[in-house]
Design a protein around this ligand. Structure first.
Ligand SMILES: *[C@@H]1O[C@H](CO)[C@@H](O)[C@H](O)[C@H]1NC(C)=O
Ligand SMILES: CC(=O)N[C@H]1CO[C@H](CO)[C@@H](O)[C@@H]1O
Ligand SMILES: [Ca+2]
Ligand SMILES: [Ca+2]
Length: 270
């Protein structure tokens, strides 16, 4: 609580200082308009909003004084969580159009001087992502892309490694028949968490950012970043239980435990 107060104060001081300086960066003064592409504007009459629809509305956004738009995910996805379960971080889902449509949208935005901000969803991928499929198959490059654990055997019965609970209810660990191990998912079981302690994963995600920056994107809104890191496994490769919160009677409920090992880890900031 105290530390939160302190950071709010620091933020106020920082903003006060920025207000005093004449040249503010564009993102401090821009009016943003968030676009959820799926329901925004359908250009081809198939009932689903798409990137060409967004492009067609950009002149209107300019007219009403919008300087930047933040687009919710339009990347390739099986849509188990409204596009927040991404199966390919560098491909446009055909539901929303093509890479050429994306390029046309960015070109139009540049012409109108509207900044394009993408939703960046780094905490997990879809279980249908090629990276996860290779990880499950223990491909040497990908085997540690996600958080795997053999679980523990209690009275001859296999159980998840610990009591961690998914935001969406139930154990945060899902058994994978192929790999014969559990994987961690802080959200839906179709959204396996990346292993951000693996430098190769961090580099892969940096490459995703570079990919879109190279295509003219102006910035990113980072989704669920506080879930990026979990506590480091101990020397036996085990993860500790989280303490019971007393807020819920149901061990399957996200509020049952206090999330001291699965969110807001120190490394998330660095
Ligand atoms: C994503 O899609 C692109 C373009 O279709 C393809 O080149 C790339 O290999 C795909 N990446 C993954 C991880 O599936
Ligand atoms: C966690 C994250 O990236 N933010 C998203 C993380 O996953 C859940 C499930 O996709 C979303 O609801 C969050 O918005
Ligand atoms: Ca459409
Ligand atoms: Ca995570």
């Amino acid at each position: 609580m105290v530390s939160r107060l302190v950071s709010v104060l620091i933020l106020l001081v920082f903003c006060g200082h920025e207000l005093a300086s004449a040249e503010k960066p564009w993102w401090q003064t821009a009016s943003f308009y968030q676009i959820y592409p799926r329901s925004f504007k359908d250009s081809d009459g198939d009932g689903v909003g798409d990137l060409n629809g967004v492009t067609s509305v950009l002149p209107y956004l300019k007219e009403i004084g919008i300087a930047a738009t933040w687009l919710s995910p339009f990347l390739e996805s099986p849509m188990a969580d409204f596009g927040y379960d991404i199966s390919n971080f560098t491909a446009v889902d055909p539901l929303f159009g093509t890479m050429e449509d994306f390029e046309r949208m960015v070109a139009k935005a540049k012409e109108l001087d509207i900044k394009i901000i993408l939703d960046f969803v780094p905490n997990h991928s879809s279980d249908e992502c090629d990276w996860f499929i290779r990880s499950a198959a223990r491909d040497p490059v990908y085997k540690d892309y996600y958080i795997w654990h053999p679980g523990k055997v209690v009275n001859g019965e296999r159980q998840p490694p610990n009591n961690w609970v998914s935001v969406f209810y139930g154990s945060a660990w899902e058994w994978h028949e192929g790999r014969q191990e559990y994987y961690l998912h802080q959200f839906d079981k179709k959204q396996p968490d990346f292993n951000f302690r693996n430098p190769v994963v961090r580099e892969a995600m940096n490459n995703v950012l570079r990919f879109w920056l190279d295509r003219g994107v102006d910035g990113f809104r980072i989704d669920a970043i506080y879930h990026a890191f979990e506590i480091e496994a101990d020397e036996n490769g085990d993860y500790p239980d989280e303490p019971v919160s007393g807020w819920s009677e149901d061990p399957q409920d996200y509020g049952y435990v206090r999330h001291i090992y699965t969110v807001d880890q120190w490394e998330t900031r660095t």
